[in-house]
Every structure is written in C-alpha cells, then in structure tokens.
Design a protein around this ligand. Structure first.
Ligand code: DC
Length: 220
C-alpha cells in the first residue's frame, strides 16, 4: 500500500500542532509532532545536567536515551513527560538545543523511522525541507508575530499560567530569530511548499484549506 506524507511547518504559535492533529484525524493519518521530540530531548539534557551549549555532550546524551510517542503521549525512557515538555522553561531550552547539529542528526533518524509504516501528517520546522523533502504535500503555516503571541498568551491563560503579553511576544521573537538563523536546518519555506497565512483565518478554515489541498494532491 502507498503511504502518504503531509508536512506542516511554520513558526511558533502559527497553529501547526492543533491544525496538523485535526488534519491527521480527518484523513485517518498518524500525527507526528516533531517539536515534542525536541522538547523531550531538552528534558533529557536538563536532567543530565550537562552544558546545553555543548553540541557534542548533547549528542552523547541523546544516544543513551529512549524517546517514544504513543498517541498524544510522550515518553522518555518509559516515563510519561507529556505535561512536562510544555513548560515555558522547556520551550526555551528546546529552541536552544535545536541549533546543535548533533541533536538534529539524532532526532532526524527517529523522525524518519515513522515513515513507511502508515500515512503521516508531520508537524515541525524542517519537516518539508529536511526530514521528508519528498513529501506529497508541504504546507508552511504563518501568521504575524503579534497574532501568534496573542494565541500563545490565550493558550497559557486557559491553562491557568499567568503570562505578560509583552514577554510572550519577546520570547516568541527570540525563538523565531533562533529558528530562522541557525546554521543547520533553519526554519524556511520548503521547496514546493504552499504558504497558508492564518492571521485572519479561523481554525476550521485553515483545516478545510489544507484538507482541500490534500484531496487535490493525493488523488493526482
Ligand atoms: O513546535 P514546538 O514549539 O513544540 O518546537 C519546540 C522547539 O523545537 C522549537 O523551538 C524548535 C525546535 N524544533 C525544530 O528545531 N525542528 C523541528 N522539526 C521541530 C521543532
């Protein structure tokens, strides 16, 4: 049977995760959240206590751990860390360690190991440009920094975490800068990627747009 891959990349707060999850559900594909793998790697690196600036040390730690995704749960060496990976501290650390070539190459193998078994909707920063450059459909979701910060702020508020809008916007711009300027696999619009600007679109409109692109592309 022919398995399909749809990649959805974009900056923090562009709505990738929730959109990708819904598109995967509607198509009956498996959802692969690659950011969760970077976040889980950050938890492992923090627990080891090594210097997060040290490319080689981070790579060594990742060789010794086991990361598993099961449904929407994330496991580090068998321990469920699904909630832990969403803390602001881990968001920051995941973005910092994602600049290391050793971290990216360790996680590349894990991401590619999901292909071939089922059809996938993959969400991340470089999934269309580096991880699955031959994907059937590549989407780049975007929105203005202000709109993305507003969504993130609302998300944190709903979770009961106090946050200051100006700080959320500042953190988001820092992460954008790091994601876009890192030497290995920076955040880019992938070749043949289709840009969907979600600033003025509702969640349902974004999902419908991607489903319609998928129907056209996957039946070709
Ligand atoms: O999508 P997210 O916020 O959960 O991702 C967490 C961090 O992981 C993000 O700051 C950048 C990094 N990341 C990456 O570099 N490449 C990916 N494919 C996915 C995430």
């Amino acid at each position: 049977m022919n398995h399909h891959i749809i990649t959805i990349d974009g900056p923090a707060g562009s709505g990738k995760s929730s959109v990708a999850r819904e598109v995967a559900n509607r198509l009956g594909f498996t959802f692969l959240d690659t950011g969760a793998l970077y976040r889980a790697a950050a938890v492992a690196i923090r627990e080891d206590g090594c210097c997060a600036q040290d490319n080689a040390a981070c790579g060594r730690i990742l060789k010794q751990i086991r990361l598993d995704l099961s449904g929407s749960r994330v496991f580090l060496n068998g321990r469920d860390i699904t909630e832990e990976i969403r803390s602001p501290h881990i968001s920051e650390l995941a973005s910092s360690i994602a600049v290391h070539p050793s971290v990216r190459s360790e996680l590349l193998g894990i991401q590619r190991s999901f292909a071939g078994r089922t059809s996938l909707v993959v969400e991340g920063r470089d999934t269309g440009s580096v991880v699955f450059p031959d994907a059937d459909l590549k989407i780049f979701l975007d929105a203005t920094p202000e709109e993305r910060a507003r969504r993130r702020h609302e998300e944190l508020r709903l979770k009961g975490s106090a946050s200051v809008m100006d700080n959320v916007l500042k953190d988001l711009k820092n992460r954008d800068h790091r994601d876009e300027t890192r030497k290995v696999s920076p955040l880019v619009i992938p070749e043949h990627g289709i840009v969907v600007d979600t600033t003025h679109l509702s969640f349902d409109e974004v999902v419908e747009k991607i489903l319609s692109l998928a129907r056209d592309r996957l039946t070709d």
